[in-house]
Design a protein around this ligand. Structure first.
Ligand SMILES: C[S@@+](CC[C@H](N)C(=O)[O-])C[C@H]1O[C@@H](n2cnc3c(N)ncnc32)[C@H](O)[C@@H]1O
Length: 310
């Protein structure tokens, strides 16, 4: 199946005549409605791709065991630089990554090209209006993006585009836990000035989006929840083996990872911080003994919602 390519026609996202890109376009309703930190043209999508954790191949195998429909079309919504999207290209005839952010899409396309992957398209769109035909999608994945969505708009769209035999898998990870410093990243995100710069969906993400399980149950007849390393709800099953890579980070890698957080981008963009010492550098200098050679073992607690119509 991998590498088999067939043409599908993709309607364009809604746009005014003459628009080819939506970033920084203040008059455009599409961009205004989905503008996020990651959609700013100054956002560094390459750094995001290089320093964020990724999902291992076991993740794909693990949820594909639950998917009994076709493997013609998989869609990864909120695809970012294509971290999960590209993993799907081995398992589906055609894969589409959708994201509102130009810089994420540019990075995703160039990564696919560099890897010689031809059965993938990256298109602009958002949770509330998917550029996809009714009942056309076999698998819809959402990796670390659900908390950016409006579930009341997204869930009807998911129901519209999925085939009756389709599967929706939404997963995300919480603060990574460093061996011997398990609370350090949580401290950085919650108890420094960065805490004021997260988007509203952050609290939902930190809880593994489990508060949305009842909403999923309204739209899907069969909803399962998996989590690692502990059960997040009574209905949860422990996810083994864990999905996330890497299990070890260098000191520079750790710092660079935290600098991909949207709150850090927002903090940097706030003129009030122009003359402040870098909040992340200062935090690690004060709280983590290190040399530039230091490495840290890390585990990534994660949460997975798997939803099917029956
Ligand atoms: C934390 S990143 C996750 C990227 C990638 N899926 C990953 O696993 O690393 C969240 C992504 O969701 C996208 N996003 C934000 N709001 C969105 C929306 N309303 N609809 C679809 N995607 C959205 C952002 O542009 C960003 O690329």
């Amino acid at each position: 199946m991998a590498g088999v390519q067939f043409k599908i026609s993709l309607p364009s996202p809604p746009q005014d005549p003459g628009h080819t890109s939506h970033s920084d376009c203040s008059s455009c309703s599409f961009q205004k409605s989905v503008m996020t930190t990651f959609a700013k043209s100054s956002f560094d999508a390459l750094s995001y791709m290089n320093f964020r954790p990724s999902y291992n191949k076991l993740a794909m195998q693990s949820f594909l065991q639950h998917h009994h429909g076709d493997r013609l079309l998989a869609v990864d919504l909120g695809c970012g630089p294509g971290t999960a999207t590209l993993l799907l290209t081995d398992c589906f005839d055609q894969v589409i990554g959708i994201d509102p952010s130009d810089s994420m899409l540019v990075t995703a396309r160039s990564t696919a090209k560099a890897k010689g992957i031809t059965n993938v398209d990256f298109v602009q769109g958002s949770d509330h209006k998917l550029p996809l035909a009714d009942h056309s999608v076999d698998l819809l994945t959402i990796a670390q993006s659900l908390h950016w969505f409006d579930p009341t708009l997204f869930l009807p769209e998911a129901k519209r585009v999925l085939k009756p035999s389709g599967t929706l898998v939404a997963w995300g990870y919480m603060y990574g836990e460093i061996d011997g410093h398990s609370d350090l990243l949580r401290q950085l995100g919650r108890h420094t000035t960065l805490a004021d710069y997260w988007e509203p969906g952050r609290t939902i993400a930190e809880g593994g989006c489990i508060s949305w399980l009842p909403l999923f149950q309204q739209y899907f007849g069969h909803v399962q929840h998996f989590s690692y390393p502990t059960k997040l709800t009574p209905m949860s099953q422990i996810q083994h083996p864990p999905w996330m890579d890497p299990s070890e980070l260098t000191y520079p890698g750790l710092v660079q990872y935290t600098k991909t957080w949207s709150c850090y981008k927002n903090w940097k963009d706030d003129p009030a911080n122009a003359n402040q010492p870098d909040v992340i550098d200062a935090f690690f200098q004060a709280n983590l003994r290190h040399t530039s050679e230091s490495t840290y073992r890390i585990q990534w607690p994660h949460s997975i919602i798997l939803a099917q119509f029956e």
